[in-house]
Write a protein that binds this ligand. Sequence first.
Ligand code: UD1
Ligand code: MG
Length: 446
Amino acid sequence: MASSKLAVILLAAGMGTRMKSALPKVMHPIAGRPMISHLLDTVSGLSPDRMVVVVGPEMERITQAVAPIPTVVQAERLGTGHAVAQAREVLRDFDGDVLVLYGDTPLIARATLERLLAERRGPHDPAVVVLGFKPDDPGHYGRLVVGAEGLKAIVEYRDANHEQRDIRLCNSGVLAIDGKRLWSLIDRIDNKNAKGEYYLTDVVALARSDGANCRHVEGAPMELLGVNSRSEQAVAEAVVQNLLRERAMEAGATLIDPQSVWFSWDTRLGKDVTVWPHVVFGPGVVVGDTVEIKGFCHFEGCTIADGAVLGPFARLRPGADIGEAAHIGNFVEVKKAVVETGAKINHLTYIGDARVGAGANVGAGTITCNYDGFHKSFTDIGKGAFIGSNSALVAPVRIGDGAVIGAGSVITKEVTPGALAVARGSQMELAGWADRFRAQNAVKKD
Ligand code: UD1
Ligand code: MG
């Protein structure tokens, strides 16, 4: 086996004009994180010795997203071959295997990359190994021209003749190159083609003209679709969502209508979780065991402990920490708040910057008034407290353990443990007033 050292070059300098976006293409999200982050995760599983990301000018957002992996700037986007040439400084003395990946092909699996590398390191000692695939619609992908003696060339769609366009085996863009031969191949790429670009894909024909061997391995179309437009992004999203749904069910969750549940790449569900239709898991959600999530909930950046019951129509925002067997009901929003074991917040409520003690009961229409237009303040609700419906708790404020708040109260001062606090206009009654009022007005009307 040849050297097992590995360098990875990730190309991300293209603006992705077909996305029609101010955001660089590889920063567009799939399952709640940028495409490029999916790729970096996959590649890090190969433990490469070196990595470099090629970005365009004014793409600091990518540089920040990939840090501490170094980036090099391709000042002019003259093609994928030119983009790889920009990595020369970083890889000058590297003579192991070089894997080139395109930032807009985010779904590739690590096992597929391992197969590609195994072929490169195998007995044929090919200069270049290309990852091919056969999509249902070969569209504008480059085509792999394969002969008895292996891979002969990659022809870009725009440069291909009719016969070549009929080839179903397409170029995924992923290739492995022998680092010792890489720069001599890259140096000889020219831009005499339909697009006037330096095509990386030309390394195959160049290596062949040197008498070197080139090969291909075939990957699954689902992993290799390139995202060049919003509709291709939607296809990639659907592929990932199906994988995530399968993963959740395999891990012991019941999804009553899987197609209507949307996951983020990092959603974690425990065992015996039931998810009803139309639930969205934004990034950073961790759910314990035997949790029931009823329909139309929206969660992000939150944790839910064992046995909790949520929804329908519950919204958990970042920092919501829902305790064991707690209930969060319909039209309840919780943000940056700890809801302790067994607490119930069942209807029409906003809890933000707060603690709701164990076993507390928060009545319908309760609002923690946490924001004065400048600062956020904290509401502390003690364990076993009972907050009457339609109460406003004006933070900062503390409700002692076991205290009761009368319905309709506006609480602005601390309530001591075990006390009743009522803060609303007191009820008065004038006996017979309504009857007299009606009688008087009936006379006037005549
Ligand atoms: C490329 C391949 C094509 C393949 C397809 C797979 C070439 C010449 N063509 O076409 O054979 O079937 O991918 O999806 O390689 N990039 C740069 N700098 C540039 C140009 C592109 O960094 O100057 C980056 C882009 O950010 C992108 C990747 O390279 O991540 C591919 O570029 P793109 O323009 O999408 O190439 P395709 O036309 O899709
Ligand atoms: Mg592309």
